[in-house]
Design a protein around this ligand. Structure first.
Ligand code: SAM
Length: 270
């Protein structure tokens, strides 16, 4: 008999049973370190932060919640996979974080808001209907509230497949994973055009965009010394908000504001 589907009734890939794999393969290595180093630079530039409460949707192991909690925000971490949530609770002990075991679809009854700030990083690509998810997030924002959205970039996935020699797969545009088994290839990688179009339909104004890992995933050789690692981090930081580089970041990081509002965000640092 085959294994039961790991997809949720809504068709999403909750990370039940993936906590070890996710912790090891992403945050245990350079890709995770780079993501955190870039977010540490980008979030204060791209968001207007004043200690407001934050809802972290699909918060996983809690790295982003920890970042906000360490800066004085009260954080609500919503996550449907129990083992991810338990691990986050353990790692973040002592910080001002409330934990909600639920999927995004249950936000109206579990953490409705309105929220001044919602973060949803690397979650939409694991959902069968990411447009509906974006609409759900937009509906939970206070007027003028900010959404920090990070999505897995379909165009970067195509590019890296070609670089790796997966030419037929790229020609067939067979880029998405199935969500079955233990693979960490997202089921709904998104294009910038999709995000921009859907966000407009949901009444969100785009404030800023950046690419996360614009060079790292295309390197022929990973850095072998600390000096080269620091050079790579400096390059990623310098070009993550510049044309044309941000466009091929493995992830795209956006700040949206609910309504026609505008928040004073900072120009990219050099
Ligand atoms: C790639 S991880 C990202 C975790 C974290 N946001 C981060 O950036 O490290 C994707 C997370 O989305 C969660 N997820 C999947 N479907 C979801 C849903 N319907 N509602 C909320 N979270 C969901 C998974 O359980 C998993 O923890």
């Amino acid at each position: 008999m085959s294994d039961p589907s790991p997809l949720s009734p809504a068709g999403d890939r909750h990370f039940d049973g993936l906590a070890d794999k996710f912790a090891g393969s992403l945050y245990g290595g350079p890709r995770g370190a780079l993501r955190l180093a870039l977010l540490d630079r980008l979030l204060p530039e791209m968001l207007a932060l004043d200690g407001q409460p934050v809802l972290d949707v699909g918060g996983g192991l809690g790295q982003l919640s920890a970042w906000f909690a360490h800066r004085g925000h009260d954080v609500t971490l919503l996550e449907p996979a129990r083992d991810m949530l338990e691990r986050a609770r353990f790692e973040l002990e002592g910080l001002s974080v409330r934990y909600v075991e639920a999927p995004l679809q249950e936000l109206p009854t579990r953490a409705d808001g309105p929220w001044p700030l919602i973060a949803c990083h690397a979650v939409l690509e694991w959902m069968s209907d990411p447009r509906a998810a974006l609409e759900m997030l937009a509906g939970r924002l206070a007027c003028g509230g900010q959404l920090s959205l990070m999505v897995f970039n379909r165009d970067a996935l195509r590019f890296s497949n070609v670089v790796k020699g997966n030419l037929q797969k790229a020609l067939d545009d067979r880029l998405e994973g199935t969500g079955k088994r233990q693979r960490l290839t997202p089921i709904s990688p998104l294009s910038h055009e999709q995000v921009v179009g859907w966000s407009r339909e949901c009444g969100l104004s785009l404030q800023a965009v950046a690419g996360v890992r614009v060079f790292h995933d295309y390197l022929r050789q990973p850095p072998t010394s600390e000096v080269d690692w620091q050079r790579l981090v400096a390059l990623e930081q310098r070009y993550c908000r510049s044309e044309p580089h941000w466009r091929l970041g493995r992830y795209l990081l956006y700040t949206f504001v609910a309504g026609d509002g505008h928040v004073p965000i900072k120009e990219p640092a050099r």
